[in-house]
Ligand binder design. Structure first.
Ligand SMILES: Cc1ncc(COP(=O)(O)O)c(C=O)c1O
Length: 361
């Protein structure tokens, strides 16, 4: 049965004027709304104590297992305001399923799909005033996460787990997200290996990405493009985005699932490909194939896809032994089309022909 998250309103809401100032330039992940949704789990009681209450710090024992062994998972999705004032989530059931898959990998308790969606919807309803207005590219970013809150030292699954959803008004993830990013192809670091946690959305994956990310920034690149597979010669994904390549003969290539995150945006782009006259192909893409493809013109565009960054053009790649500009260094035609199409569906400007939007308010 779907659990409800009753609202216990905060007694210290953000003054409306401060909130409006934040909404005028929210950035990404800098400001939090007034409430959070929470629930706790133990083996005897299962999930209980569901509520939406004031955003406040957790009181946690310093021995809480998450602080030592990183038994933690997270999700990211967005709520969009439409022109008529209504508020909608984009494919939240896919985030719910991926959250459950991540929970299985990290031996955390699963939350059923409807309860996950209800927790997110209840928080959006409580903090509706924080959903940015229709018309810009802003949205309310939602961050469900779950962690081992039991105090113990020793490597075993926690017997007490906390679930929480936070919300942040969000603008652009990359300052130059529309004009394009250059990715650093790291030969020092990898993100995942077969049998590892690459397909799970767990905090540890992102902690491990900080060193390669620093390496990328040091080379003037915004993000990392990770290599994987046999001998680390094939394209995996970027730090927070899946990657796509458009070929001259109208294929839309993306690495197959396995060690990468099964992105909601990735799945949506693959579904939309046919509408844009492209054949979606999921397969191993060799680094050399990609380099040769951009050199001889058989590959024409590259872009990255993710909830936070939407569709971000990849306009260049750099590594220890090569640097290349993709196309003429400007966002490609298909890249722009996918970006507009997705944003149009999410903001209600285009008909939701795939049934992807879930109304919250
Ligand atoms: C490693 C990684 N790959 C890909 C994605 C894109 O996934 P989605 O489209 O579901 O946001 C994300 C973002 O969550 C990510 O962190």
């Amino acid at each position: 049965m779907t659990a409800q998250f009753p609202l216990v309103p905060t007694d210290h809401p953000t003054p409306p004027q401060t909130r409006e100032e934040i909404l005028a330039d929210p950035g990404f992940g800098r400001h939090f709304t007034d409430h959070m949704a929470t629930a706790v789990w133990s083996p005897d009681a299962g999930w209980h104590d569901q509520r939406v209450g004031a955003l406040e710090p957790f009181t946690m024992h310093p021995g809480a297992a998450v602080l030592h062994y990183a038994q933690e998972i997270l999700e990211g999705l967005k709520a969009f305001r439409h022109a008529d004032g209504s508020v909608w989530l984009f494919r939240p059931e896919l985030n719910a399923r991926r959250f459950a898959a991540s929970a299985r990998r990290m031996v955390l308790p699963e939350l059923d799909e409807e309860t996950f969606v209800e927790s997110v919807a209840a928080l959006v309803r409580a903090d509706e005033a924080w959903v940015p207005p229709y018309g810009g590219e802003q949205s309310l970013y939602l961050r469900p996460f779950m962690f081992a809150s039991e105090a113990f030292l020793g490597v075993r699954p926690a017997q007490q787990v906390t679930y929480c959803v936070l919300a942040c008004p969000a603008g652009s993830y990359f300052p130059n997200g529309v004009t394009g990013v250059t990715l650093w192809v790291s030969t020092t670091y990898s993100r995942a290996s077969i049998g590892g946690t690459g397909a799970a959305k767990c905090g540890g994956n992102y902690a491990a990405s900080l060193a390669p990310q620093r390496e990328a920034l040091g080379h003037g690149c915004e993000q990392v493009l990770y290599l994987g597979g046999e001998g680390r010669r094939s394209i995996d994904e970027s730090g927070t985005m899946n990657v796509f390549f458009v070929t001259r003969d109208h294929q839309l290539l993306t690495p197959g699932l396995g060690t990468i995150l099964d992105g909601v945006t990735r799945d949506s782009v693959l579904t939309l490909a046919a509408e844009h006259g492209l054949e979606p192909v999921q397969r191993t893409i060799d680094l050399d194939e990609m380099r040769d493809g951009f050199a001889d013109g058989s590959m024409t565009e590259a872009f990255a896809a993710g909830t936070a960054a939407v569709i971000t053009p990849i306009i260049g790649l750099k590594s220890d032994d090569f640097a290349l500009t993709i196309g003429d260094g400007a966002p490609g035609k298909y890249t722009q089309q996918f970006r507009e199409r997705l944003l149009d569906i999410q903001s209600g400007r285009a008909a939701d022909t795939h049934g992807w939007m879930r109304r919250v308010l």
